[in-house]
Design a protein around this ligand. Structure first.
Ligand SMILES: [Zn+2]
Length: 277
């Protein structure tokens, strides 16, 4: 795999109020590709003092991708969801009890949605490389750029998650060391150079996990991806602990997001796996 640098314009903006005062002709829509079962004890860190008595309960939650349409720049995907192989094979043709299982109905795979909506895909940004966020890549075009966070490629485990990057020769990486920190959230990259779409470093779930901010006319939306699994993470102020690389960092990131929303009440925050999105 050839790793290339994703170049983006260095923004002079140093506060979100200024960004939100200049919203853009950009829309975002969530696309569900099947479901995954997660346990409530783990979707909420059971060792956090606020969630002592949390039920040991399986939750069937959506697997989501987001379709972003920019009036001038065209169509983008944020994460891919999963591909059609999961319709007949819950482990995406992999074997072993350690492999995650997903539930996918007919006409729920990402390529179907792309065709159904007439999406002309220009580029795909991936929050991280877990199968439920990136396996859909298998049935998407190979001749467009795919963008991850720098360092995140080492988190790709094809033996566990499937060889969904197999068709690609190159990946683009966002170097967040070059991105300004815009308080109260972490380093933020202005992806299209006009303040419409941002990638924000939100580590914890994985070392280089990214969330995305869409600066719409209808109000800004933060797509947290796996920094927040379900609404209760936000309501209680408690991060997930399952599937999490560093629970302490995940909690720190969640608290930054809570502060972000408190400071900018017009900001809508969407969890990565909640039915109520
Ligand atoms: Zn994940």
């Amino acid at each position: 795999m050839i790793l290339k640098n994703y170049t983006y314009k260095k923004t002079k903006v140093n506060n979100w109020a200024e960004v939100f005062q200049n919203p853009c002709e950009i829309t975002v829509r969530s696309i569900q590709t099947g479901t995954v079962e997660i346990n409530k004890r783990g979707a909420l860190n059971p060792n956090h003092p606020l969630v002592k008595d949390i039920d040991d309960e399986e939750l069937e939650v959506p697997i989501q991708a987001y379709w972003v349409h920019h009036d001038e720049e065209g169509d983008f995907l944020l994460d891919t969801g999963i591909d059609a192989s999961y319709i007949t094979h819950p482990r995406g043709r992999l074997e072993g009890s350690a492999v995650d299982e997903f539930k996918l109905g007919k006409h729920e795979n990402i390529a179907y949605h792309i065709q159904d909506h007439g999406i002309e895909l220009k580029m795909v940004f991936l929050s991280h490389l877990h199968a439920d966020h990136a396996a859909g890549l298998r049935e998407l075009p190979n001749d467009i750029p795919y963008v991850i966070s720098k360092g995140e490629f080492s988190e790709y485990h094809p033996e566990m998650e499937g060889d969904y990057l197999g068709g690609l020769d190159e990946l683009y990486e966002i170097d967040f060391l070059q991105a300004p920190e815009i308080p109260p959230i972490g380093p933020s990259a202005d992806l299209l150079g006009d303040g419409s779409l941002w990638a924000i470093l939100t580590p914890g779930h994985t070392p280089g996990h990214m969330s995305f901010l869409v600066n719409r006319i209808d109000g800004p939306v933060l797509l947290s991806m796996d920094a927040i699994f379900i609404n209760e993470n936000l309501e209680l102020g408690v991060a997930p602990s399952d599937y999490t690389w560093d629970v302490g960092k995940a909690q720190e990131t969640l608290e930054r997001i809570v502060e972000f929303q408190k400071k900018y009440t017009q900001l809508q925050v969407c969890p990565g796996h909640d039915a109520k999105n």
